[in-house]
Design a protein around this ligand. Structure first.
Ligand code: AMP
Length: 125
């Protein structure tokens, strides 16, 4: 019997962050709780550049629903905690959620960028 139904791929869960969220790919976490994992971006755009991903797979901020209020709040709370732990809370941070093509999203799994450790220009490119 075909097993096609069970092997259907999903770009969100199959993404690199989906695998990190399921612990299939190990990361050096700088923070973790019941809702999120935070780890260093492999191509840092600032002296401190951390990604916070939810353990629940969601494509991006545009895919959030009422059911995600607690998780989405946990992403922001984690961002603040990461900033404190890494010593950039006093100087300031930027939290970025790229969503979709025009937003510059390249990994189809919700992730908040936490950038800090230098002055960040505005507007973004
Ligand atoms: P975005 O363009 O908002 O989708 O951001 C994706 C980010 O993920 C980029 O800043 C990448 O450098 C980063 N990234 C992709 N793969 C990994 C990985 N395996 N570990 C850490 N950061 C990653």
């Amino acid at each position: 019997m075909s097993n096609v139904e069970n092997s259907a791929s999903d770009p969100v869960t199959d993404s690199i962050f989906g695998k990190i969220a399921r612990k299939e790919i190990p990361v050096d976490a700088v923070y973790e709780d019941d809702f999120v994992i935070a780890f260093r971006d492999m191509s840092p755009q600032a002296p401190v550049h951390i990604l916070v991903i939810p353990k629940k797979p969601v494509e991006n901020a545009l895919a959030l629903t009422d059911a995600d209020r607690e998780m989405a709040g946990a992403v922001l709370v984690a961002a603040a905690e990461v900033a404190r732990r890494l010593g950039i809370a006093e100087s300031g941070i930027r939290i970025v959620l790229n969503a979709g093509a025009d937003g510059g999203q390249t990994v189809p799994y919700l992730h908040a960028h936490i950038l800090g450790g230098r002055h960040l220009g505005w507007p973004p490119g």
